[in-house]
Design a protein around this ligand. Structure first.
Ligand SMILES: Nc1ncnc2c1ncn2[C@@H]1O[C@H](COP(=O)(O)OP(=O)(O)OP(=O)(O)O)[C@@H](O)[C@H]1O
Ligand SMILES: [Mg+2]
Length: 245
């Protein structure tokens, strides 16, 4: 039975797609068959992040319109053999929670993890889709606006009945903490009110790698954080170490 994980945030641009790419990559490298489903209709990006922009033949739009079944529409990611990708359509396409549920059910015996990138902006459909996940990863940066939006989102999920949530604090740097934008990580956790699963440094190597569609280098501080979070998703205890620059 695969675990369905929705990666979401209140504010846009917090790093949801980067987190999906990093977790997908590290889970696959750890040997887990992983599928990334991108819901960023009209604004796909995971194809670029994995360097397969010109190799995508089908996307979620083909599945929603029943031109293809989900398994036939996924693309294999060459940089990680266990990793598959179901890209968002290039155009805006209507989608319901039931359709995403049906897609997940049709492929879940082939994958250990299905990670859903909810994309920018949130609407009631996305809320319903996210509700279906076994786990919601709420991504926030240390920016106070982002923290407040993450708290509001998390409260909404909680009120709708999904209590299985974890917080990822992304783009953490000494500069942000030094400028007293936030005093420390505990303050972010308290404000969002969700248990922490990992902290990802602001890491230029990750920006370059995802921009170029090449693997995140092994000496990248963010890759180490993605690797640790992936292990924690599987129930492994990995101590938290925060290395910022
Ligand atoms: N840990 C990180 N270190 C450095 N840069 C990062 C990190 N995480 C994300 N970024 C950069 O931040 C920008 C936004 O990231 P990303 O596209 O993943 O955000 P998003 O939440 O998916 O955005 P949207 O809401 O538009 O879907 C990108 O340029 C990305 O490379
Ligand atoms: Mg995105």
């Amino acid at each position: 039975m695969s675990k369905i994980i929705a990666v979401t945030s209140g504010k846009g641009g917090t790093g949801k797609s980067t987190v999906c790419a990093g977790l997908g990559y590290t889970l696959a490298k750890q040997g887990h068959r992983t599928l990334l489903i991108e819901l960023d209709f009209g604004l796909r990006c995971l194809d670029i992040m994995f360097g397969v922009e010109n190799e995508i033949k089908y996307d979620l739009g083909d599945v929603l319109s029943k031109r293809k079944n989900a398994l036939d529409a996924v693309a294999q990611v060459p940089m990680a053999s266990n990793l598959s990708l179901l890209c968002a359509p290039k155009t805006l396409t209507a989608v319901s929670a039931e359709q995403i549920d049906e897609i997940c059910r049709s492929v879940k015996k082939y994958f250990e993890y299905i990670i859903i990138d909810t994309g920018a902006g949130i609407n009631s459909h996305v809320f319903e889709i996210v509700q279906q996940a076994n786990l919601i990863l709420v991504v926030s940066t240390p920016d106070p606006v982002c923290i407040r939006d993450a708290a509001l989102m998390s409260d909404e999920f909680y009120n709708r009945g999904n209590k299985s949530q974890r917080l990822i604090i992304n783009k953490i740097s000494k500069k942000v903490i030094g400028e007293a934008l936030v005093n420390n990580l505990d303050e972010i956790i308290d404000k969002v009110g969700v248990q922490l699963i990992g902290v990802i440094p602001d890491d230029f190597k990750t920006t370059v790698a995802t921009g170029k569609g090449i693997p995140i280098p092994t000496d990248s501080s963010a890759l180490k954080a993605f690797d640790a979070i992936s292990k924690r998703l599987g129930g492994e205890f990995v101590p938290l170490t925060v290395k910022t620059s």
